[in-house]
Design a protein around this ligand. Structure first.
Ligand SMILES: CC(=O)SCCNC(=O)CCNC(=O)[C@H](O)C(C)(C)COP(=O)(O)OP(=O)(O)OC[C@H]1O[C@@H](n2cnc3c(N)ncnc32)[C@H](O)[C@@H]1OP(=O)(O)O
Ligand SMILES: CC(C)C(=O)C(=O)O
Ligand SMILES: [Mg+2]
Length: 514
């Protein structure tokens, strides 16, 4: 069975999804889960792109011990230096440096001749090797590059010390057969190719990212790059959970294995979805809510008689558990701590107490507290940044019915700790609340997206709201949860605003902790 390495780029390419902005603690939480999931390499960010990214990459590199952590850099010395500063104290640092090789990118974007591109790539890989022992070089837009040119530049960057060669389908243009042929060509026409791992990196613009990735592996790629839930630039990247399960279920056909821990899939997917605010469609392969649901009579009959008539993947395989009950109202701290461990959380004593208090509050008003409820509470507690003051909700009230226009009153604590109160009307209760917040918040704020879902079932289920807001022209996602849908909406709005507030603040945070 041939082994395929997994390079996760959820925190870099995944975070390039429009409207996704993860704070330092959220990135760290995802990184820890990726380690549990068993990826071989994780791309923690692009250190030269912002101070916030730099700090996050450094913290992840210094925390994660069992996965090689990498950061992206342009073929520019200062990007490489910055990446080195972020990664150098990690256990297994590596650099990912890229330069485009397609005629359209070289001519119009880089404004370089092919020979200049070769010289720059070689010089920068050589430079990177003075710092990093492992250097991945990506030929951006490889799938639209001239094959003979690609072979020439690859041979030279391997001679310069590149240990991994990545051939991305940057714009999701290629087809499985064509992409596979490119890997065949490179294997046959680059004399020193055996000195490097060959990697694929596919985008889903034409819905072929996973098929293209598998075609690459069938034709010599030893590493696959992708993201959790397939998030990423534009239509996203190849979804790693789909790849993992496809290779497992069709091992009889492909004979490839990965080191991924399949029963960590659901948790990884849930965490990424919750923290990025990018919902997984119900019908999404492997992790969608309907992935294991059988609706029609003939299918149900078949499954009852013999599950495999219609079920090729079991929910247990990917870590989907029936929503088990957590301890109730009378549970103590020991059982609670034990449950946290089972759910994969490592919290400081202070945060355990905070979580326990929230849990107890919930048991007062909710009959059954499920793993999903706890996951929501714990994720919030684990990823909230308490070090900086922000707009805090002190209280709100809404008068509404099906008669006159609803009116909301909101009290907020401002960043300078003064309390402010305001009122406004709206067409509905949520709009009245958001209009009130608009009047109270000093920054230029606009709501661009609003979403409300329930966590689990039942009339007492927790509500989760996700919003997108622009703050002074930049879009941020926000999320909030509560048993009350209006409170969840207000919390989500404020969460988005606070992220924007710290992102734009000149002091302290600057993206590092917003
Ligand atoms: C395919 C991918 O996913 S690539 C990764 C995309 N990710 C990002 O862009 C992360 C967010 N980006 C950023 O924060 C910014 O673009 C930065 C900090 C990286 C650069 O910002 P700026 O210096 O303002 O440059 P800007 O983004 O406007 O333009 C990019 C410049 O880099 C050049 N460039 C692009 N790719 C490369 C490369 N691989 N190597 C060297 N130079 C490159 C462009 O030609 C352009 O150069 P020019 O200014 O001489 O025309
Ligand atoms: C930086 C590179 C690898 C990339 O993300 C792409 O080409 O899609
Ligand atoms: Mg990409």
């Amino acid at each position: 069975m041939a082994h395929v390495k997994i390079f996760d780029t959820t925190l870099r390419d995944g975070e390039q999804s429009p409207g996704v902005n993860l704070n330092r603690l959220e990135k760290l939480e995802i990184a820890k889960q990726l380690e549990r999931f068993g990826v071989d390499v994780m791309e923690a960010g692009f250190p030269a792109s912002s101070q916030g990214d730099f700090e996050s990459v450094r913290e992840i590199a210094n925390t994660i011990k069992n996965v090689s952590v990498t950061g992206l850099a342009r073929a520019v010395k200062s990007d490489i230096d910055t990446a080195w500063e972020a990664l150098k104290d990690g256990t297994d640092p590596r650099l990912h440096v890229f330069l485009a090789t397609s005629p359209i990118h070289m001519t119009y974007k880089l404004k370089k001749t092919p020979e200049e591109v070769i010289d720059t790539a070689v010089e920068m890989v050589r430079y990177a090797k003075t710092k990093f022992s492992k250097v991945e070089w990506s030929a951006e837009d490889a799938s639209r590059s001239d094959l003979e040119f690609l072979a020439r530049i690859i041979e030279k960057v391997i001679d310069a010390g590149a240990t991994v060669i990545n051939l991305p389908d940057t714009v999701g243009y290629t087809t499985p057969y064509e992409y596979g042929q490119m890997f065949q060509y490179i294997k046959q026409n680059v004399p020193n190719i055996e000195k490097a791992d060959l990697s694929c990196h596919c985008h889903d613009d034409l819905g072929m990212a996973l098929a293209n990735s598998i075609a690459a592996v069938e034709n010599g790629a030893t590493q696959v790059e992708g993201t959790i839930n397939g998030i990423g630039e534009r239509a996203g990247n190849a979804a790693l959970e789909e790849l993992a399960v496809a290779l497992k279920i069709r091992q009889d056909y492909y004979s490839f294995e990965t080191g991924l821990v399949l029963n960590e899939i659901k948790r990884t997917s849930d965490l990424v979805s919750k923290l990025t605010g990018m919902h997984v469609p119900r019908n999404k392969a492997v992790v969608g809510q309907n992935a294991f649901a059988h609706e029609s009579g003939i299918h149900q009959d078949g499954v009852l008689k013999h599950a495999q008539t219609y079920e090729i993947i079991t929910p247990e395989m990917v870590g989907v558990k029936s929503n088990s009950l957590v301890m109730g109202k009378h549970s103590g701290k020991h059982a609670f701590k034990d449950k946290l461990k089972q759910l994969g959380y490592e919290l400081s004593d202070e945060k355990v107490m905070e979580a326990f208090t929230e849990f107890k509050k919930l048991t007062d008003s909710k009959k059954e507290v499920t793993d999903d409820d706890l996951f929501t509470i714990l994720t919030e507690i684990q990823t909230q940044t308490a070090d900086i003051k922000k707009y805090v909700l002190n209280g709100f009230q809404v008068e509404y019915g099906n008669g006159p226009q609803p009116v909301a009153t909101v009290q907020l604590m401002k960043p300078d700790e003064t309390e402010i109160e305001g009122s406004a009307h709206g067409q509905g209760a949520v709009e009245a609340l958001f209009n009130t917040l608009d009047t109270l918040i000093e920054e230029d704020v606009h709501l661009t997206d609003f979403n409300l879902t329930s966590i689990g079932r039942g009339r007492d289920a927790l509500a989760q709201s996700n919003v997108k807001v622009t703050v002074n022209g930049t879009e941020f996602s926000g999320r909030g949860s509560s048993q009350d849908v209006l409170e969840a909406a207000v919390k989500a709005f404020l969460n988005g605003v606070n992220r924007g507030f710290y992102y734009h603040a000149p002091v302290k945070a600057q993206g590092a902790s917003y």
